[in-house]
Each structure stands twice: as C-alpha cells, then as structure tokens.
Ligand binder design. Structure first.
Ligand code: TYC
Length: 103
C-alpha cells in the first residue's frame, strides 16, 4: 500500500529574475531663440510641473545648457520628445529635446 502523504502541496518560489525596465531621462537643450515662457509652458503641459518647478528647470537649462525634464519608460520618453519637438516646430522655435538611458 502507498503511504498517505497527507495531501500536502508544496509551492516553491521560482527565482525572481525580472529586472526593472531601463528608464530614460528626457532632456531639453538650451538655445538662444526659444522664449523662456514657451519652455516653462512646455514643462507644465508635457511634464506635469507646477509653474515654480518649471521655471527652475528652465533656468537650469538656460544656465547649464541642458536639463532633465523627467524620467520615463522608453516609450513614454520617446512620446514626450515627439510632443515637445512638434509643439516647438509648430510655434517656430528651435527648441531641442532628446532622451537617453539613465546611468
Ligand atoms: N536661452 C533661452 C532664452 O534666453 C531660453 C531657453 C531655456 C531656451 C531653455 C531653451 O531649453 C531651453 N530665451
């Protein structure tokens, strides 16, 4: 006769190997022509910054040449870049925006 194993079920945890996805920072670059006010509005509209934070980021870009607007998954970062470039192009400003992997 087969001994009764009590019907117990052992659930083993498999190794959790999923790493968090690579994140991308969206940077805006300074130029001599895009109005400060336009950059502030872009930071509020597309990067959900309040006016004070948007102003600080804009001034940092103006002084340092570039600045981080936000950090996102690859797809969202690419969409932010597209939105900024389209808004700048439509308004006739040369504002440049890029995304790059964090680290
Ligand atoms: N340098 C611009 C000016 O003096 C302002 C500016 C800030 C432009 C940030 C682009 O990403 C930028 N009007």
């Amino acid at each position: 006769p087969v001994p009764d194993d009590g019907g117990s079920v052992v659930l083993e945890r498999l190794p959790q190997k999923a790493k968090p996805p690579q994140m991308y920072q969206v940077l805006m670059l300074n130029d001599d022509y895009t109005p400060m006010e336009f950059v502030i509005v872009v930071l509020q509209e597309f990067f959900s910054k309040d006016r004070e934070t948007a102003t600080q980021i804009m001034l940092k870009i103006h002084l340092d040449g570039k600045g981080v607007c936000g950090v996102y998954s690859r797809d969202i970062a690419a969409t932010k870049v597209d939105q900024v470039l389209e808004a700048a192009h439509k308004a006739g400003h040369p504002l440049q925006c890029v995304s790059e992997p964090v680290e």
